[in-house]
Design a protein around this ligand. Structure first.
Ligand code: SF4
Length: 192
């Protein structure tokens, strides 16, 4: 597994693209997941996630995956489980202070991030691990949060357009095309 972990960091760019595609697919499935119920999906998805990520990243299923911010190097493999690293004890050649036979997880993380499109994210300070989330599916949580945030921003955009357009239409009707408005109640009236 250690070799696969190194392999994944070397191919961090490809892994990042795969992760982006997976997240997009899960976000699209959000309406279906809501119908089925996220609670029901939690267990089967977590099983698949554990299998795939343990194989590729030596994942420890912390439940709040940060691989895309750590060059595809799982920080839970750091013996000190640092969420922001490396520590001050990295050995010459980039080896771990605690496990000298292992490359420092954070040295690998910075290396992997240098090949990623969103590699700058490694500069963001990560919050401490929430142990209550251990074993849960980070894929489901992240995609659900993204789907909900997209929904909120679309709703906010619609509302602000709906608020702004009636005045604009009165002042200059041709310059203010009809906006999609909540409940579609104003569209018919504005066309008259
Ligand atoms: S050297 Fe790297 S992997 Fe080892 S304890 Fe320090 S930060 Fe963690």
């Amino acid at each position: 597994m250690y070799r696969l972990r190194l392999w994944a960091v070397k191919r961090s760019y490809q892994c990042e693209r795969l992760y982006t595609a997976l997240e997009a697919a899960l976000v699209k499935l959000h309406p279906l997941f809501e119908k089925i119920g996220y609670n029901r999906l939690e267990r089967p998805v977590a099983v698949v996630e554990r299998a795939a990520k343990t194989l590729l990243f030596d994942c420890k299923m912390c439940g709040q995956c940060v691989l895309s911010s750590t060059g595809m190097s799982c920080p839970m493999n750091c013996p000190k489980q640092l969420r922001n690293g490396p520590c001050g004890g990295v050995r010459p050649g980039g080896y771990c202070e605690v496990k000298p036979e292992m490359r420092c997880v954070w040295v690998l993380a910075w290396d992997g991030a240098s090949r990623m499109k969103e590699g700058h994210r490694i500069g963001n300070v990560l919050p401490p691990v929430d142990r209550q989330l251990e074993g849960s599916s980070a894929w489901l949580r992240a995609s659900r949060e993204k789907a909900l945030s997209l929904q909120v921003s679309v709703d906010a955009e619609r509302t602000s357009l709906a608020r702004a357009f009636p005045t604009a239409r009165r002042a200059e009707p041709a310059a203010a095309p009809l906006a999609q408005e909540p409940g579609n109640t104003a569209q018919g009236g504005a066309r008259k």
